[in-house]
Design a protein around this ligand. Structure first.
Ligand code: NAD
Length: 356
């Protein structure tokens, strides 16, 4: 029997297949893995009429980890509420695999600080983690149309809030370990308006006593959106609900100057497989051109090794190799300033492999 970890690859649509193939090369260079490539997203709609089949979901649940590219594209864009949509595959995976915590680290690479839309003095020192609740809230509540009106319902239970808040407090503890500083959790809600947010604040505050080494503060989401661009370096861990987290994590993503650099991890209960994917979408505008930036997917593979497979040393190797190629000045077009020379996906991948 093989003891190589079994990884389900879900390349998806657009640039997904290009960046996932590059990540597979990277992982093959690091060690032995058993890969099982499956359809999910628009490509699955074309083949099976649904974005995620039960068979693929079962394969994911039975794997050691799942590495995803991205899904979606104009081909499947529709306002018909009954037509299948690629995103249904993502939501189905999150729900089906019980992935309730989405972790998005945001730490601009020193070589890329100049690429941030913010002034350098604002961005320097930024190293934050957005912990987003992933399986509750308005994305999963009752929704529907009634004549010329429509509704989406936001619901949260104490249990749902408690487990994501604990994920946030524990992440803050891990990040502060050995640093001599206290971890800090900023819980983001809209408690001045929403009842779910008042319950959220109550539950998160009630847990703080279990984590005396972590400082807790609360921010309203509109204020958090402003603070993220005015003083990003002061955040440590941000914990928030699904919809707010979706928006704030994309805002944080732009702090680095390129979506093409940001990895994410979605985790469930201990011992169950996690899902690892770049934050960016399927970039249909550049699909097939060989210029997609594979680095966010490489960093997602590093998160997979660290959080999904318990192989932190290889994760470090990837992180260091990515930093090294950026230090050497290699840039895919999305990272490059107007006059800078650029490389494509293959050359970037080869350069990272050479640094391992
Ligand atoms: P996007 O992230 O795909 O693209 C935004 C811009 O960033 C584009 O100009 C694109 O070329 C560029 N870009 C993104 N990733 C890049 C990379 N790795 N290398 C180089 N450039 C990159 O967002 P969008 O345009 O809003 O959405 C396109 C499609 O992706 C839509 O169908 C959307 O629904 C889908 N989407 C999927 C996911 C996911 O699968 N998790 C996330 C977001 C959007």
């Amino acid at each position: 029997m093989s003891d190589a970890p079994r990884i389900v690859l879900l390349p998806g649509d657009g640039i997904g297949p290009e960046i996932v193939a590059a990540a597979q090369r990277l992982l093959e260079a690091l060690g032995r893995f058993e890969f099982d490539e499956r359809l999910m997203g628009g490509c699955s709609i074309d083949a099976h009429g649904v974005a995620l089949t039960d068979e693929v979901l079962d394969a994911c649940k039975g794997a050691d980890a799942v590495l995803l590219g991205a899904v979606g594209g104009p081909k499947w864009d529709t306002t018909d509420p009954d037509a299948p949509r690629p995103e249904q595959g993502l939501l189905g995976l999150r729900k089906g695999m019980g992935l309730y915590a989405n972790l998005r680290p945001v730490r601009p690479s020193p070589a890329l600080v100049g690429a941030s839309p913010l002034r350098e003095e604002r961005i320097v020192g930024t190293d934050l983690l957005v912990v987003r609740e992933l399986t509750g809230g308005i994305y999963f509540g009752d929704s529907g149309r009634d004549g010329d009106s429509a509704h989406d319902t936001c619901e949260y239970s104490t249990g749902e809030i408690e487990r994501i808040a604990r994920a946030g407090f524990e992440a803050a503890q891990r990040r502060a370990e050995g640093s001599g500083r206290r971890g800090r959790v900023t819980s983001v809600d809209k408690a001045n308006v929403l009842e779910t947010s008042r319950l959220w604040r109550e539950v998160v505050s009630g847990l703080a006593g279990d984590y005396p080494d972590v400082e807790l503060d609360h921010l309203l989401v509109d204020n958090a959106a402003m603070q993220l661009v005015s003083r990003p370096a002061e955040f440590d861990v941000i914990v928030t609900e699904n919809l707010f987290g979706d928006i704030l994590s994309d805002e944080s993503a732009m702090l680095t100057g390129s979506l093409g650099m940001l990895p994410s991890a979605s985790l469930g209960e201990a011992g169950s497989p996690g899902l690892f994917e770049p934050v960016h979408g399927s970039a249909p505008d550049i699909a097939g051109e060989g210029i997609a930036n594979p680095l966010a997917t490489f960093l997602s593979a590093a998160l997979m090794l660290r959080h999904g497979l318990g192989r932190p040393a290889e994760a470090e190797q990837i992180d260091a190799a990515v930093d090294a190629v950026l230090e050497r000045g290699l840039r895919t077009p999305d990272l490059a300033a107007a006059e800078e020379a650029t490389v494509g996906t293959d050359a970037m991948t080869a350069a990272v492999l050479a640094e391992l």
